[in-house]
Design a protein around this ligand. Structure first.
Ligand code: GLN
Length: 456
């Protein structure tokens, strides 16, 4: 029995009816991975032996009617989540041989729920980028068109789900890193509110933006994974002490659409949007209207500052977080240093990529004594302004609806305009939940994502 692009819910039905075992499903995924991963480079490493062993245990539990909520469900994990005893490289030469000493909170929760980890997926180095070209281990290709980027930074996870190497995958989203590649690869990408899921055990990029996020084939699956992973964790100080919530409940009630007020930012008109995206976005609006939703125009002037303020705050936080990679405690250490300072600088020069160095330099600059008030502090004020404007917009609407990206995925070596993902980036700046869904397909069969930005 071959698994054909099944989602979690469909897999679970087949497991329950014994039409398919977890072991067989895992074997089928590996079969596809072994055949096509050399072409796509979605996975950096696979864990076949352990996965089959765990799938076997899951099959026994299912047979004994002791199935846990994700029993035997295969999942791909972005290479910046710690799994005890496994390499977590963050696609950097610096952490190439780093072995995680413990499980990230979400990994622990997924393990306890019976999920089966297939392997770790490629990404932009330390999640810096939007194309997966910044990986130290080569780029990932977009399964829909191998000459194009899959998006990023979680491009490996997005490609893995799109190529049906796995029914779902984990990513991290600091400025759209799950929701942008989800759109480029034609799957769902969901980032919950800031603080809903613990980031303990995940390689930090920008701590006031970072959130765990999911790639799935259905909205229901995203809600299911989120229900397993969310909830209080004293090891992440910003994690909200929520009671357990089943996020899948009520999802099948389409009546909610009838009362929904959907806000479309007036500012979309200020940007160049690729024609197929503009067309599919309009068609999606029509569908929403037909389903009973009311479309209202909203005005958020601060969109114009999003790219700049994201860059200032993100790089500032990067320069602080990456300071831990000094070649002394763990990771790469240059054999060429002649004194301590030389050791630091050679370690970094030899092991970090261009994008990472650029961000450390810029972040250090904006935090410098002379620039702190002019750049960093100013950016934080504008961030508050943005949040205030979004709050005002939510007086008029329930959700904000935009394209997931203003541009189609480019070819390798070409770059996307800086503002291509500002409409999804605001989710991280304001701590809001965002969801990329498939809006449609272009005439060349490339997927196009649309994005809902909701209140916390
Ligand atoms: N593309 C954005 C950046 O390069 C987002 C990164 C992310 O979400 N990890 O910063």
């Amino acid at each position: 029995m071959k698994t054909k692009a099944l989602n979690i819910t469909q897999l679970q039905k087949k497991f329950q009816s014994q039409e398919l075992s977890s072991v067989q499903a895992v074997k089928d995924y590996y079969c596809k991975i072994e055949k096509s991963n050399p072409k796509l480079n979605a996975f950096l490493e696979i864990w076949k032996e352990k996965a089959l062993e765990n799938a076997e245990i899951s099959d026994q539990r299912i047979a004994a009617k002791k199935a846990r909520v994700l029993e035997g469900i295969p999942i791909a994990i972005k290479d910046n989540f710690m799994i005890k005893g496994r390499i977590m490289s963050s696609a950097s030469k610096y952490l190439e041989n780093y072995i995680s000493p413990y499980d990230a909170t979400v990994i622990e929760r997924l393990k306890n729920a019976g999920a089966v980890f297939l392997g770790r997926t490629n990404m932009d180095e330390f999640a810096m980028g939007g194309s997966t070209e910044n990986s130290a281990f080569g780029p990932t290709k977009n399964p829909w068109d191998l000459s194009r980027i899959p998006g990023g930074s979680s491009g490996g996870s997005a490609a893995a789900v799109a190529a049906d190497f796995a029914p779902c995958a984990l990513g991290s989203d600091t400025g759209g890193s799950v929701r942008q590649p989800a759109g480029f690869c034609g799957i769902n990408g969901y980032k919950p509110s800031y603080g809903l899921i613990s980031r303990y055990g995940i390689c930090a990029l920008a701590s006031s933006f970072d959130q765990v996020a999911t790639f799935t084939r259905s909205v229901f699956d995203a809600a299911k994974l989120t229900s397993v992973m969310a909830g209080a964790d004293f090891r992440d100080p910003v994690c909200q002490p929520n009671e357990y919530i089943d996020y899948t409940s009520g999802l099948d009630n389409l009546d909610t659409l009838k009362k929904l007020k959907i806000g479309v930012p007036k500012q979309l008109a200020d940007y160049q949007i690729d024609a197929p995206i503009a067309k599919i976005f309009e068609q999606s609006l029509e569908k929403l209207k037909k389903a009973g939703a009311e479309i209202v125009e909203i005005d958020v002037e601060a969109y114009q500052y999003v790219a700049s303020l994201y860059k200032v705050i993100m790089c500032a936080e990067v320069s602080a977080n990456i300071a831990t990679f000094d070649g002394i405690r763990y990771g790469y250490r240059s054999p060429n240093g002649v004194n301590l300072n030389d050791e630091y600088s050679k370690t970094r020069a030899e092991s970090l990529g261009y994008e990472v160095k650029k961000r450390i330099l810029f972040g250090t600059y904006v935090l410098g004594a002379k620039n702190y008030y002019r750049c960093y502090n100013q950016a934080q004020k504008v961030r508050t302004l943005l949040i205030d404007e979004l709050n005002a917009a939510y007086e008029k609407c329930d959700v904000i609806f935009t394209p997931a990206s203003l541009q189609m995925p480019v070819k390798f070596g070409e770059s996307l305009p800086e503002e291509s993902d500002i409409f999804i980036m605001v989710a991280n700046l304001a701590g809001l939940p965002g969801f990329t869904l498939i809006g449609g397909q272009t005439e060349n069969n490339m997927p196009v994502g649309v994005h809902f930005l909701s209140k916390r």
